[in-house]
Design a protein around this ligand. Structure first.
Ligand SMILES: [Zn+2]
Ligand SMILES: [Zn+2]
Length: 155
């Protein structure tokens, strides 16, 4: 299949597929994302929940932080606890927020926006990608096709 992409955790127990390209990919530099990833920023891709398939391995959930306070469940490999995706309560059941860098071909899906750069570490260079102090306007930033896919989920 042309639009079938594989990904997985670092121990190899979890393997998954997404049956389409992500709707949108963003890098978040907020202090919560930096802490819970132990990294400089997190890269998240939105994908329709029905287009994500766990192929091997098992997942367990932990409660993750959100700036809004509405919460998210972080789904992790049962063996190594690597994060695979988050379910944000706001879009529960419709949109899965994939940890983009767990995709085997993550290089094909660079961030289309940097968000919360007000919290960005000073040594992180952003390059030529739109960057927002906090969040962006969804309707203005997503392509027409991406917006159609987002809305088709019922959100
Ligand atoms: Zn694992
Ligand atoms: Zn964040």
């Amino acid at each position: 299949m042309k639009n079938l992409f594989w990904g997985g955790c670092s121990c190899g127990a979890v393997r998954y597929t997404i049956s389409d390209k992500p709707i949108f990919t963003q890098a978040c530099h907020c202090s919560l994302c930096r802490k819970y990833t132990a990294s400089a920023f997190i890269v998240h891709s939105f994908i329709e929940t029905i287009k994500f398939k766990l192929e091997t391995g098992e997942l367990f959930e932990t409660d993750g932080p959100t700036g809004s306070g509405r919460g998210q469940k972080v789904n992790r490999c049962k063996v190594c606890a690597d994060q695979i995706y988050s379910i944000f309560n706001r879009v529960k059941g419709k949109i899965t927020t994939l940890k983009t860098t767990t995709l085997d071909q993550a290089d094909e899906f660079p961030p289309q926006a940097h968000i919360f750069i007000k919290n960005k570490l000073s040594w992180v260079q952003l390059g030529n990608i739109p960057a927002y102090k906090e969040y962006y306007n969804f309707n203005e930033t997503l392509s027409t096709k991406s917006l159609e896919r987002w809305k088709a989920t019922g959100l």
